[in-house]
Ligand binder design. Sequence first.
Ligand code: ACM
Length: 264
Amino acid sequence: MKISIVQFEPVFKDKKINFDRIFNYSKDIISDIIVFPELALSGYYFLSRDEVSDMAESITGDFIKDLQELSSSQNKIIVLGFPEKEKNNLYNSAAIILPDKKKTSIYRKTHLFYKERFCFDYGNTGFFVIDYPEWDIKIGPMICYDWRFPEAARSLALQGADLIVCPSNLVTNSWQNALATRALENNVYVAVANRTGKEIRGEEELVFNGDSTIYNYNGDILCRAGKINDEIIETEIYPRETRKKSFNQFNDIFSDRMPEMYKL
Ligand code: ACM
């Protein structure tokens, strides 16, 4: 099965341009799974709830509907970040759009980074896995700063994820080794879709570092984008291969766990 990451620079607060790019990439890329960055629809650096509210989309809106139709007609999984509005709540969310509409899911970011806490509500979905037996794959979503919490990837892996998808807007260079480790310690593929470019608000500038990466389940890099340019990276993955958690005749990284010894 082929997976692609689209690394690009969304235009802040221009949903039309961003949506057209997301839609066209999704239509034109020949791949089974296509992953876009966090808040790909809107850009990132919001400073207030009012700003987010102006950009936020309901999951019943046209934007999801159009991508759903594309996913179903072209038999592709599309993953992307967007600002979500649900009644008075605002979430930094990822849509995991599956060809079978009933399986399409929304993950709402659990760990809010920097000033996101002033703009978004804390996600209430928790970490969950989407089982797609039609393709024999289980996909676990998380978003960007969730990477700093090993519990996130572990929760997904313990629920059976073969592939962790991580739409991101990463502004440090601390995550590359950590996410290789998340892949290795859980024996799962990890696909990190980061963005590029910068956003300037007042005196402050956020620079997004690219480096989008698909990690093999042993932590090796299968493919990685550069730091600056828009880029599509892609590779083949074999989800079933992640399910054997033993690495010699005595050790198995899941059955060797000792939860009663951990204080979490
Ligand atoms: C981040 O969570 N956008 C770093």
